[in-house]
Design a protein. Structure first.
Length: 249
């Protein structure tokens, strides 16, 4: 382990024990205060430590948020696994579970359809999905508070992947309003022209949309209209997963 990483770990561990002054940090690492300050400032920028009004450093929220996100992802996948596999069997199409983790929407589970053996879908568990050019991304975005949606989209460089991509903020907002009205989202070949997808939200115990479940097919296997026929099953699965996460309708 590199010396810099080791020092950062030691400071994080010390901050969890109680307020730590710059002198405490320097003594702990046996380094000059300027060196300790640089490490603390780096940790502070990542919110792994927090500087108090008294000038001391305490444990920050960054690591807590990371641990909660990781645990939430593990719990969600565990609760949803059997339900997703049942949905795949009943629809015959690939099923995805995606979750908002940090600033990205990540595939946390995927149940492949046998129909895709000859055609490889681009989705991968653990990989990020386009936040604005995917059904799961749009359905999660649609139900976020406006301030959080603005924050996430402020970093997005819109790109027109296909003729159906919502490639600017104004057209995307119109689409998101429509999603909120009808309760589900589609991907009409918006990132990959041959991929069709329908997605619905998953809610937690607070009623907040934290994930999305989708049914996906390539267009030669099922058109978008054909996929939409699976919406009752998709909604029923999402309700069951939401219930497992503590949501009561």
């Amino acid at each position: 382990m590199s010396q810099a990483v080791q020092r950062a770990i030691e400071l994080i561990q010390r901050s969890a024990e109680g307020p730590m002054s710059l002198s405490d940090a320097a003594d702990l690492l046996d380094v000059h205060k300027s060196t300790a300050l640089r490490i603390l400032q780096t940790l502070e920028a990542a919110r792994f430590v927090r500087k108090t009004g008294a000038g001391t450093y305490v444990f920050g929220s960054g690591l807590i948020e990371l641990s909660e996100l990781t645990l939430g992802s593990m719990d969600l996948r565990q609760h949803a696994g059997g339900l997703l596999r049942d949905l795949q069997r009943r629809t015959g199409h690939t099923v995805h579970l995606a979750q908002l983790i940090g600033d990205e929407i990540i595939y946390v589970d995927k149940v492949d359809s046998p129909a895709f053996q000859a055609v490889q879908l681009p989705s991968r568990v653990g990989h990020a999905v386009s936040i604005y050019a995917s059904a799961v991304g749009k359905v999660i975005l649609a139900y976020l508070p406006r301030q959080e949606r603005d924050r996430l989209l402020s970093h997005v460089v819109f790109e027109r992947y296909t003729p159906t991509t919502f490639a600017d903020r104004d057209s995307l907002e119109v689409e998101l309003a429509g999603i909120r009205q009808r309760g589900w989202a589609v991907d009409n070949g918006e990132h990959d022209s041959y991929v069709m997808c329908v997605a619905v939200p998953v809610r937690d115990s607070r009623g907040q949309t934290v994930a999305a479940i989708s049914v996906t097919a390539i267009e030669v296997v099922a058109t978008l209209a054909k996929l939409e026929e699976n919406l009752p099953l998709l909604f029923a699965t999402a309700r069951d997963v939401s219930a497992e996460m503590g949501h009561s309708a």
